[in-house]
Design a binder for this molecule. Structure first.
Ligand code: 5GP
Ligand code: MN
Length: 341
């Protein structure tokens, strides 16, 4: 038995909102990850099954390792299809906002979504959701938005409408947002849900291989380069930092997603509980934070780099140079000593 996490009135409201419309736009956060794409596609498959007209629009392209997902070819990205996307957002009758808590996480797409007349339904698991959505299905204690989509569909009485494609997308989001069930994954109901998904035909081992074992040679060599030349360890702070300049990324023919997961690797060192990865982009430094135990990665992200996220997985950005961002990080490290276990 799976407990009723989502409040009954939210289920009723969401069901009514869906029943009343045809044109539904689904949006997810910038730099869409496995959970953003998994949740969006799972909802898309479900809405197709109940004969709606859903469209997924993400702010920028998703990484190649998610391209196999059923329906992924239908996803629009705002960066390259702005005009069409603007039109669809403006004429939507209902907008689902998945896997983010504040409109700013929509990047350049934020204004279009905010001014769209459609009612918005947020389905998310980040702390402190904004007020932009009329219906807020926000449960930070749930480890992925994809799991929330499963719960939402079931509670609307439509478990039987979850087809194999939908189930595969739900599983992918649940798997990627927990690092293959290695963190944030102690809730036993996760495994009850997985059992249901497997009954529907999901091959979990194959999905693992498709997501985690299909990288390019360039990515693997970049990973080796990072670990050998670019990883700094601060034993006294149980921390590690990896940085990559734009030039280094170019040398390894970097494409979107190639550095995905690098931030997790230093956590496998004994005595490292906090890991940071900085990547130089054209106009900013993108920063990822990961921690183990009670060390608040999201606090560091928010305090130093205008970011946020979960306790153990957070992100942010810096407008400083890469060197200055590193300096800011290193100078601040002693301030977080009290959080070390
Ligand atoms: P990642 O390191 O995989 O990009 O992000 C990990 C988590 O940190 C995301 O799921 C999201 O919750 C959060 N996050 C990433 N980037 C940002 C950001 O720029 N701002 C905020 N507020 N959160 C972020
Ligand atoms: Mn997520």
């Amino acid at each position: 038995m799976i407990s009723k996490i989502i409040a009954e009135d939210l289920i009723t409201k969401a069901k009514k909102a869906i029943d009343n419309v045809d044109k539904i736009v689904i949006v997810a956060h910038v730099g869409p990850d496995g959970d953003a794409i998994g949740a969006s596609l799972a909802l898309w498959h479900y809405l197709m099954t109940v004969e709606k007209e859903p469209v997924i629009i993400v702010p920028n392209p998703f990484p190649n390792f998610l391209a196999w997902m059923p329906g992924a070819e239908c996803i629009l990205d705002y960066e390259s299809q702005k005009e069409k996307s603007d039109e669809m957002i403006a004429s939507a009758e209902l907008i689902f906002a998945l896997d983010f808590n504040t409109a700013s996480r929509l990047g350049d797409m934020a204004d279009a979504v905010l001014i769209a007349p459609a009612d918005k339904i947020l389905v998310d698991h980040h702390l402190h959701p904004d007020t932009f959505a009329k219906i807020k299905i926000s449960y930070p204690e749930i480890s992925s938005t994809s799991e929330l989509i499963f719960r939402l569909i079931c509670r609307m009485g439509d478990f039987s409408m979850i087809n194999l494609a939908c189930a595969e997308c739900i599983y992918t989001g649940m798997m990627t947002d927990t690092g293959g069930f290695t963190y944030n994954s102690n809730n036993q109901e996760i495994y009850t849900i997985i059992a249901e998904l497997i009954k529907l035909g999901v091959d979990k081992d194959e999905i693992y291989r498709k997501v985690f074992n299909t990288y390019s040679v360039d990515r693997l060599r970049l990973m080796g380069f990072c670990l050998y030349h670019k990883m700094k360890v601060y034993p006294e702070y149980r921390a590690a930092l990896i940085t990559l300049t734009k030039k280094e990324l170019d040398e390894f023919n970097y494409i979107n997603g190639d550095a995905e997961g690098f931030v997790n690797i230093p956590l496998s060192i004994a005595g490292v509980d906090f890991s940071v990865f900085m990547r130089e982009d054209t106009d900013k430094i993108k920063i990822s934070f990961r921690s183990q135990g009670t060390f608040p990665a999201n606090k560091v992200a928010a305090d130093l780099f205008n970011g946020g996220g979960h306790l153990n997985a957070a992100g942010g950005e810096s407008k400083l140079t890469l060197d200055d961002s590193v300096k800011k990080f290193e100078e601040a490290l002693p301030d977080y000593q009290d959080f070390l276990e």
